[in-house]
Design a protein around this ligand. Structure first.
Ligand code: BES
Ligand code: MN
Ligand code: MN
Length: 456
């Protein structure tokens, strides 16, 4: 039997196993889920061993562990493929908006619903099961495999950089592949050649030493929530341009060629409005939606809180107000510098009635990937086999911090071969994975390895 036939025959079992993986609430940002993170790592370790990997280890980092596996049975002549994925997931809230509970995976029509199913457990599991399909038929994969599955991607991969630097030899490979993104449509695959970076800052504005009665003090004490709201409102002008001085200084302008190419990417405005649920779009008028969401930098308020948010009414001037602000970066903006610029600007525009404290949470630079390589060509051909169409090359607005680490530390240009769809709802309630993409993804990965082995 061929690996592709084995995969087709065992799809239902693969999905059932994936559902067990999804039942583990491996939320990396919450301390309460520490045990679940370890359970998820251990689950992967067992499945990798069963799939045939020879050396499988849960390895410590400064934070959540890395699951490392290797299978070097294809021989010294064959290329080595380094597979990256993340087994941590985003928090599931708001819980009340889920139609079925986030950690009770459920199939409805052609979709599997659960937190982390598309981002990234379902996508990384494709590679594990592709390996198993080779083991059960041919005996071993046609290429040597190394897996690096981390548990901190959703919190910025802060300990992965040092881990990779300390294990350069262990991770040495010819090709790196990451399935943690989406294609355009079930019949239109996509390979990413660019990702935005990220700079994340938390701001606290404080006024009075403690909450005050708003009747006794209101009128003479500046409310920190108001001060913060004014500061945040000043971060964009009326055209959606960011006002932080120096923010755009290092932004590499888009070339005419790149803009033409982006204009050719199929884009359905009505479908986009439906997918987002917004009445109309917003942002820099001189750029298209595709450009604004993948090749231009942004600044967003992720959450703002303070004072009384409980039931009914309470009359106070709160002592403190908080905001979480993230910025998506493009080449050649530097995360530390951009965070600094924001903090300096917020301090400069803060009224004298409040104090401002800032905490820089994490950052990752933007990535651009070399597009013309044998691995990219192999991936295109593999998509053609798995999905029946040549992929589109495009940039994406999300961030995957490991991409630039692979480039810098391992000298690898990762192939960003995603299997999700734009409306999977990653990071949102009712996250889902389109099951036909799971099976087409399997066929794609099986073919990818075969093509790499033939052309090495
Ligand atoms: N898989 C996403 C990144 C992504 C999203 C790629 C959409 C392509 C399309 C990843 O898990 C993610 O959410 N990354 C974070 C990174 C951050 C916490 C450093 C992001 O982009 O917010
Ligand atoms: Mn992801
Ligand atoms: Mn994510």
């Amino acid at each position: 039997m061929k690996p592709s036939d084995y995969a087709r025959q065992h799809e239902a079992d693969f999905v059932a196993e994936l559902m067990d993986f999804l039942r583990i609430p491996s939320v990396s940002t919450e301390e309460a889920h520490r045990d679940d993170i370890h359970r998820a790592a251990d689950f992967l370790r067992q499945r990798l061993e069963e799939a045939g990997f020879e050396r499988v280890e849960v390895m410590p980092t400064g934070g959540h562990p890395v699951v490392y596996a290797e299978w070097m049975a294809a021989g010294e002549e064959a290329p080595t493929v380094l597979i990256y994925g993340h087994y941590d997931v985003q928090p599931p809230d708001p819980l009340e908006l889920w139609e079925t509970p986030p950690f009770e995976p459920t199939i409805r029509e052609d979709y599997l619903y659960a937190r982390g199913v598309a981002d990234d457990k379902g996508q990384l599991y494709v590679h594990v099961k592709a390996a198993e399909s080779w083991r059960a038929t041919v005996g071993h994969p046609p290429v040597n495999l190394k897996c690096l599955f981390e548990g901190e991607e959703e919190i910025g991969s802060v300990h992965l950089g040092p881990f990779i630097r300390e294990h350069r030899d262990l991770l040495a490979a010819d090709v790196a592949v990451i399935s943690d993104s989406h294609i355009l449509r079930p019949d239109l695959p996509a390979i990413l050649y660019g990702l935005r970076g990220l700079a994340y800052v938390e701001i606290t504005v404080s006024g009075p030493a403690h909450d005050l009665h708003s009747g006794s003090y209101g009128g003479a004490v500046h409310n920190p929530l108001h001060a913060l709201a004014e500061m945040v409102a000043a971060l964009h002008d009326e055209h959606g341009r960011i006002t932080v001085p120096g923010f755009y200084d290092k932004v590499r302008p888009l070339t005419a060629e790149e803009r033409e190419e982006m204009a050719r990417i199929p884009f359905d405005r009505e479908a986009w409005l439906k997918e987002t649920g917004v009445p109309t779009d917003w942002g820099e008028p001189e750029y298209t939606i595709i450009e604004r969401t993948s090749a231009r930098p942004t600044l967003d308020l992720n959450g703002m809180w303070g004072g009384y948010t409980g039931e009914g009414a309470k009359t106070i001037i709160p002592a403190r107000a908080h905001a979480k602000i993230s910025m998506r970066l493009v080449p050649d903006q530097e995360p530390e510098e951009i965070s600094r610029l924001l903090v300096d600007y917020l301090k400069a525009i803060a009224p004298p009635t409040v104090r401002v404290e800032a905490r820089i949470l994490h950052g990752a630079p933007a990535a651009l990937i070399e597009r013309h390589s044998p691995a990219m060509e192999a991936a295109s051909r593999a998509y053609e086999i798995g999905f029946g169409a040549r992929p589109v090359f495009m940039r994406e607005g999300g961030s995957i911090p490991v991409v630039t680490t692979f480039q810098k530390e391992l000298g690898l240009q990762p192939v960003l071969m995603g299997f999700g769809l734009p409306d999977d709802g990653i990071h949102a309630p009712n996250e889902r994975f389109y099951l036909p993409n799971f099976s087409h993804g399997l066929q794609t990965v099986i073919a990818f390895w075969e093509i790499l082995a033939e052309h090495h």
